[in-house]
Design a binder for this molecule. Structure first.
Ligand code: GLU
Length: 428
């Protein structure tokens, strides 16, 4: 009996944390507010297209391994598909569906003329050689070739993928197309059509929203303390920029293996080097070792989850003491946790606003590729700041006007834009 009820509990927890279930719940909340008709809701709740591919890849030891991958085009009512590719051992079709839906709302919220898409491959890049990763990246492009392209669907980096992987993918696509097609992917190295400023764009966009949120909340960022969960591209740059842009003190960082705390402040660069040498930030010298969970519950002004989904749930939301929760990861907070945070007065900058700097600069990269004319870094940062800060303030105004949380306000604005486009095109 006990076993059965435990199993039931795990299943219901899994259901609650299934990111695609969360997406659908969020759509239901919007449907009520926007009074959407059932067929419109049905369209919003389902991806328009999904590809499942199997890819044989020759491994270094001479064996052949079959990898599974996905590419989901969630909705292209507002423009061609846009969204990253994740290489992750626990990738599932539901995660990719959810992430592609979030890309749809993200592009709409930032008013980019793009739809939403996402890709994923089940693999563990930490256990693969560079040569194996290259063969897998090329195999993935061959498998999805017909469905991506500068005028169809444009991928980009995401969790465990990077500019080098994008470069191999661009090359494979260009080889099959028989001509250089740099516009097929964003987040490329600069020497093959990448945009200045794309490398730290996700974190930098998040910083602009934090700056606006601090103004609204009356927080002096030069005296603020910060904790960061996740120390990949987004987490590292966030730590660096919190210090360099605001003079804020990063007191804790963590990654999948554990965390490091230091009241006097952590040097972001040292933490980065430590992660690359030892495989984790938790062995950083002159710091106290803390757990991942403790990192989230610290008494800090700003908490930045910068890793993966579902780290803030009903179990720990009540213990979060930060004044601002800046979601640089996609989907770090589940809906139950959201309600608790709102009731406790934590100011949440929702993921698809806070981390939209990445796709916004990706869009700038697409524009520069199409014109074959490149801007300098200052111009990219300036355009990103103007756009994302204005969106932050519109969302804040809506949330104040309707007395809802920031996520709901952002959703309502974004989903309405997608519905308007579907209506204008005569779909619904
Ligand atoms: N992977 C990033 C995101 O989730 C960027 C996507 C893109 O640049 O297309 O927003």
């Amino acid at each position: 009996m006990v076993q059965i009820s435990e199993r039931k509990q795990t299943a219901s927890q899994e259901n609650k944390n299934n990111p695609f279930n969360i997406v659908r719940q969020q759509i239901d909340r919007c449907a009520e507010i926007l009074e959407l008709e059932p067929h419109v809701v049905a369209m919003l709740k389902n991806p328009m297209r999904e590809l499942h591919v199997s890819m044989p890849v020759r491994m270094d030891d001479g064996t052949t391994k079959i990898f599974q991958g996905f590419r989901v085009l969630y909705n292209d009512a507002r423009g061609i598909g846009k969204g990253g590719i994740r290489f992750h051992p626990e990738e599932t079709i539901d995660t990719v569906r959810a992430l592609s839906a979030w890309m749809t709302w993200k592009c709409a919220l930032l008013d980019l003329p793009l739809g939403g898409a996402k890709g994923g491959v089940i693999c563990n890049p930490k256990e693969m050689s560079q040569a194996e990763l290259e063969r897998l990246s090329r195999a993935y492009v061959r498998a999805i070739f017909q469905f991506i392209g500068p005028d169809k669907d444009v991928p980009a980096p995401d969790v465990y993928t990077n500019p080098q992987i994008m470069a191999w993918m661009v090359d494979e696509y260009s080889t099959i197309a028989g001509k250089p097609q740099f516009g097929v992917i964003t987040g490329k190295p600069l020497c093959i059509g990448g945009s200045p400023g794309r490398g730290d764009a996700t974190a930098r966009g998040g910083m602009y929203t934090i700056r606006e949120a601090a103004k609204a909340q009356g927080i002096d960022l030069s005296k603020a303390t910060v904790a960061i969960q996740g120390y990949g591209n987004a987490g590292y740059h966030a730590a660096r920029l919190c210090r360099d842009m605001f003079g804020a003190k990063v007191v804790a960082v963590c990654d999948s293996k554990g965390g490091a705390y230091c009241e006097q402040g952590i040097d972001p660069k040292q933490a980065y080097e430590c992660k690359h040498e030892d495989g984790s930030v938790c062995s950083l010298s002159n710091t106290e070792r803390i757990s991942k969970e403790e990192t989230l519950e610290l008494e800090v002004d700003i908490l930045i989850p910068a890793a993966i989904e579902n780290v803030i749930t009903a179990q720990n939301a009540g213990k979060i003491k930060a004044k601002i929760l800046a979601e640089l990861a996609n989907g770090p907070t589940n809906p139950e946790a959201d309600d608790i945070l709102f009731a406790n007065g934590v100011h949440v900058i929702p993921d698809f606003l806070c981390n939209a700097g990445g796709v916004t600069v990706s869009y700038f990269e697409m524009v520069q590729n199409a014109y074959m004319y490149y801007w300098d870094e200052a111009e990219v940062y300036d355009r990103l700041d103007k756009r994302i800060s204005a969106v932050y303030n519109s969302v804040l105004n809506i949330s104040r006007q309707y007395k809802t949380n920031m996520r709901q306000a952002a959703y309502t604005l974004a989903v309405k834009r997608v519905v308007d486009a579907m209506k204008a095109r005569g779909w619904v």
